[in-house]
Design a protein around this ligand. Structure first.
Ligand code: GLU
Length: 478
């Protein structure tokens, strides 16, 4: 572990170091994924490093399985970290629960400087004080009850068996200022900030402390995070200043809202990355949508991560809330499906394609069907049409077939038998026999083969349908 030299300049001119710092209290939702993406892009565009840190000091809310799921989701998205869990380096460990010794040293340093004091107030006392302040129209903040306890008073409370929290002594009458990368100049009065907890009663480091200390110790230069942390920043700057540690630059990105304008969070039923993955959304579709949420860019096409890194500009992060739009995600999904290689497409649809399907019909199927597919569920219906028995006819299909008559289909069967299911040969045979052209020529064929009046292109579809099936489907109406 490297403890930065407290006399170090505030920032080196080296490449950026950014990080994503999730708490393992739930699955990665789209808002977190966007934060992770922006941080990764900020690092990559400057040839820097992207770190992953697990903020699991809250042992009550943190869950081991969420940690694993978060890592898996980030990897699935392609948001690989340069250092973090599974990729430790000398700045680690990258799990806060393993950094206790480091925190203890900094708690000692704060205590030696008189910057912290033990607080023995019970949760009930704090709640009563909070309510009283609210009732008298004041914003609630710690009343300072334990701020000036003498050593004897502290000893007496310890003797009663009370485990204290550790509070940071916020200096009165100062202004904390910083330039937010997204929101510009910010300022807060320390008189508006109550003394806050840096170590909980169970000894665990609290967020304001561990998050700030770790950013400094890990050499993080820029932090992009949710707007909900904006009000925490002055406190974190105070902690770092007391410790003589260099703060990162902070940028607070606007929240993601759903279509109804509610914050996108698990509580409001927003889907996690995992949910979208389970529906068959592709990582690149999700990333391309997130890239444009609250970040304006002139790039219109489907971008890979390297291209996104080149096009990413933190100056183009908006202050207004961004709206997640399922239909736009669908649009990117369509694009992403169009860009799949045949191998990727087969892998993506492996749960939908019939087991043991040969290469040729599989390729023909994908070629025919992919342009009409956004999600695997769409492909499922076409698997049934292509590889199942003769399809049932919908009303429109029945109409076309009735109108075509049996001569049409007798010619079609002959064409199919002679050519081995070649569309041009079948169509040629029908044209010769019936004189039909255009839609009148092709629609009854489509109707008999697929049971529907619309769908993927016929020529590749014909190559995908097993040979005997083509004949059988046409012969039904001959
Ligand atoms: N663990 C915090 C969170 O998940 C990190 C906040 C930050 O990025 O600084 O909200």
């Amino acid at each position: 572990m490297i403890i930065p030299d407290s006399t170090a300049p505030a920032r080196t001119a080296g490449p950026p170091v950014t990080r994503f710092a999730p708490s393992p209290t739930g699955d990665v939702h789209l808002g977190n994924a966007r934060t992770a993406l922006f941080n990764l892009l900020l690092a990559r565009r400057g040839g820097g490093r992207f770190l992953l840190r697990i903020e699991d000091t809250d042992t009550v809310r943190s869950r081991e399985n969420y940690r694993e799921r978060q890592l898996e989701d980030l990897r699935w998205l392609g948001l690989e970290w340069d250092a973090g869990p599974g990729r430790e380096d000398e700045r680690g460990p990258y799990r806060q629960s393993e950094r206790t010794a480091l925190y203890e040293r900094y708690f000692d340093q704060l205590a030696a400087a008189g910057a912290v004091y033990p607080c023995f107030c019970s949760p009930l006392e704090l709640e009563v004080s909070r309510k009283a302040q609210l009732a008298s129209g004041r914003p609630p903040r710690y009343a300072g009850t334990c701020r000036e306890l003498s050593a004897e008073q502290q000893a007496a409370r310890r003797a009663q068996g009370i485990s204290p929290t550790l509070r940071f002594r916020v200096p009165p009458g100062e202004r904390v200022e910083f330039i937010d990368l997204v929101r510009g100049p910010q300022s807060a009065l320390t008189d508006d900030i109550g003394d806050f907890i840096v170590r909980r009663a169970d000894g665990a480091a609290a967020f304001f402390f561990s998050n700030a200390v770790d950013d400094a110790c890990m050499g993080v230069t820029q932090v992009l995070r949710g707007e909900d942390h904006l009000a925490n920043t002055p406190r974190q700057l105070l902690v770092l200043r007391s410790l003589g540690l260099a703060p990162p630059e902070y940028g607070h990105v606007s929240l993601l809202l759903d279509g109804a304008g509610a914050p996108l969070s698990k509580r409001h039923g927003a889907a996690s990355v995992r949910d979208y993955r389970a529906q068959g959304y592709l990582a690149s579709a999700i990333l391309n949508h997130l890239f444009r949420l609250g970040h304006s860019t002139a790039e219109h096409g489907l971008l890979g991560l390297e291209e996104m890194a080149r096009a990413f500009d933190p100056a183009h992060l908006g202050r207004a809330p961004a709206h997640f739009d399922e239909s736009q995600l669908r649009g990117w999904q369509k694009e992403a499906v169009r860009h799949l290689t045949p191998d990727e497409a087969r892998r993506w649809l492996r749960d939908v394609l019939p087991a043991g399907l040969d290469e040729r019909p599989a390729s023909a199927f994908l070629e025919a069907v992919l342009p009409n597919v956004e999600l695997p569920a769409d492909a499922r219906a076409w698997v049934e049409v292509v590889f199942g028995g003769p399809p049932e006819l919908d009303t429109a299909a029945s109409g076309f077939i009735r109108d075509a008559g049996s001569g049409y289909f007798a010619a079609a069967v002959r064409g199919a038998e002679a050519s081995g299911n070649d569309l041009r040969a079948i169509a040629g045979a029908i044209r010769t026999a019936t004189g039909r052209k255009g839609a009148a020529l092709y629609m009854p064929l489509r109707a008999a083969l697929t049971g529907r009046a619309e769908g993927p292109e016929l020529a590749p579809l014909l190559k995908a349908i097993p040979a005997g099936q083509v004949r059988e489907r046409l012969a039904r109406f001959a």
